[in-house]
Design a protein around this ligand. Structure first.
Ligand SMILES: Nc1ncnc2c1ncn2[C@@H]1O[C@H](COP(=O)(O)OP(=O)(O)O)[C@@H](O)[C@H]1O
Ligand SMILES: O=C(CO)[C@@H](O)[C@H](O)COP(=O)(O)O
Length: 491
């Protein structure tokens, strides 16, 4: 039976997931890394650390499954989006990557948006935000001008890993459209932005389809990973398109509620959706011609990781979940605002900060633990409400990302979002999406729909909204919503 490998380069870890043609997990291994914060609001990772972690994740997965590299018929990729990897003339990394959650370039995002006005917004379909590529590159131009002059190539995170695996430079439409250098309306790298920043088309990779073959595993990468030289590698997709795919969500009507390091509500559409308020994103989906619309928060799983790691100093989620689930839900709070790194949807404010509101002597660490989970879901509800106001049909919600491992968090999502929450059988949805791209690109399936039918299966975990808790959370959500406008000035 043929096996396929999917590599998902997350913000907290890189995962290598090996599956057979039915999507069944054969083996998986992940390697964690940190986000460097050299100054307040900055978020960086060294691409060389990604590559070394990816090598270990691949060789670890092969070893755990007792597999030789020859068993893997094709490799696909998924990865954190929007971030900026800068390469020099010899393909050398010029500086640490500036990540999607980096808040340093808020001024630059504002300046570019102001100078280029509505025509830029209309061609990108998305507002620029700090952490997306154009403001980050503009920041480099202003603050590191000598380094800026050395830039030969601007890449997205997972595209750097593919370059290490194959020696070939390239990108694909899901990640290109989310770089915010790509003019969705005209289907090319934005001439306006390139001209303004003094960049040329040659500094950007060619844009392919996610399931196209990008190259093969090189001799060097084979020696470093255990994969066989010559194994086909497909381009892959940005992690939101990949997790949609790994959940089998290709058509409108279903949304994913993703709690990874960051969090997103995403739903497919047949074309880009124009949102004049600019507080959602419209990016290309993995299937040719399809799009998805997304509301994105910055600190989802990260909020819980921060609270358990830095405050409780106890990361036993299972035990904490069990105890917190016993507390009655109360409309009196406390309420947590999960803006630890600023926020994207709906506020687009890199200066926003995390807050616990309404603490009293009656509250314990468990109330705070659950408030963190609730605050994350309130932020996802903000996104859901905007998508619904844009008349996007959402009949079914599928939970995704590391947060879907928590039964309590699934229930909180059902009660706050007011939808039944389903899951799929895989706990590595974005990596499974990368596997699906590999299986389709290597000709094993005719198209992505057929691959999803065969490789994505319903999970046993689900949660139904409880009418009483739904009412209590509606009240608490009003408090949550009222807090940001009152605090904005103080931030
Ligand atoms: N059992 C669990 N209970 C609650 N949260 C969990 C659990 N397992 C993972 N998580 C959350 O999932 C997050 C990681 O999700 P993941 O999708 O792996 O992130 P990324 O792709 O960004 O690396 C963690 O930060 C943590 O908050
Ligand atoms: O920023 C976005 C989507 O806009 C995220 O999808 C990032 O790409 C990172 O995802 P995680 O590592 O948090 O899962």
């Amino acid at each position: 039976m043929p096996y396929f490998a999917g590599i998902d380069l997350g913000t907290s870890s890189v995962k290598c997931f090996i599956a057979d043609q039915t999507g069944q997990k054969i083996s998986a291994h992940h390697v964690d890394y940190d986000v460097a914060v050299p100054q307040q609001g900055y978020a960086e990772q060294d691409p060389l650390t990604w590559w070394s972690a990816t090598r270990s994740a691949i060789s670890g997965a092969l070893k755990k499954g007792n597999l030789s590299g020859e068993k893997i018929k094709a490799v696909g990729l998924s990865g954190q989006m929007h971030g900026t990897v800068l390469l020099g003339r010899k393909g050398n990394v010029l500086r640490p990557a500036i990540l999607h959650c980096d808040g340093r370039a808020q001024v630059e995002a504002g300046q570019l948006s102001e100078w280029l006005g509505d025509s830029l917004f209309q061609s990108l379909y998305n507002p620029l935000f700090s952490g997306s590529q154009p403001p980050s590159v503009f920041w480099v131009k202003k603050h590191e001008p000598q380094l800026f002059e050395k830039i030969t190539c601007i890449l997205l995170p997972k595209d750097y890993i593919r370059y290490c695996l194959t020696g070939e430079i390239g990108t694909e439409i899901t990640d290109a459209s989310a770089s915010l250098f790509y003019d969705i309306r005209h289907g090319e790298w934005s001439r306006q932005l390139l001209q303004l920043l003094g960049l040329s088309q040659h500094q950007f990779p060619q844009v392919s389809l996610p399931y196209d073959q990008a190259g093969v595993i090189s001799q060097t990468a084979a020696a470093q990973t255990g994969l066989a030289a010559g194994t086909p590698v497909v381009f892959g997709a940005g992690d939101q398109a990949a997790q949609l795919l790994g959940n089998g969500v290709l058509k409108p009507g279903t949304a994913t509620s993703n709690i990874g390091t960051s969090g997103q509500i995403c739903t497919p559409s047949f074309g880009p959706v124009w949102n004049p308020k600019g507080n959602t994103n419209t990016f290309a989906h993995a299937d040719k011609g399809m799009f998805y619309i997304m509301g994105a928060m910055l600190s989802a799983g990260l909020s819980l990781k921060w609270f358990t790691g830095q405050v409780l100093r106890d990361t036993n989620y299972r035990e904490l979940d069990e105890q917190a689930a016993k507390l009655p839900v109360s409309a009196k709070g406390p309420v947590f605002l999960p803006y630890l790194c600023g926020e994207r949807t709906p506020h687009l404010d890199a200066s926003a900060k995390g807050v616990f509101f309404g603490l009293g002597l009656e509250h314990s660490y468990l109330h705070m633990y659950r408030a963190v989970m609730e605050g994350v879901v309130f932020a996802l509800k903000d996104s859901m409400e905007i998508l619904e106001a844009l008349h996007l049909p959402i009949h079914t919600v599928v939970a995704s990302g590391g947060g879907a491992n928590s039964k309590l968090w699934l229930q909180i999502q059902a009660d706050i979002l007011g939808h039944e929450i389903r899951t799929t059988s895989s706990s590595e949805q974005a990596a499974l999406g990368a596997v699906i791209l590999a299986a389709t690109g290597s000709g094993f399936y005719a198209d992505l729909s057929q691959a999803c039918e065969q490789m994505v299966h319903p999970g046993t975990a689900y949660a139904l909204p409880d009418p009483e808790r739904v009412c209590i959370y509606q009240e608490l959500y009003q408090t949550y919503r009222a807090l940001y406008p009152k605090l904005k000035e103080l931030y």
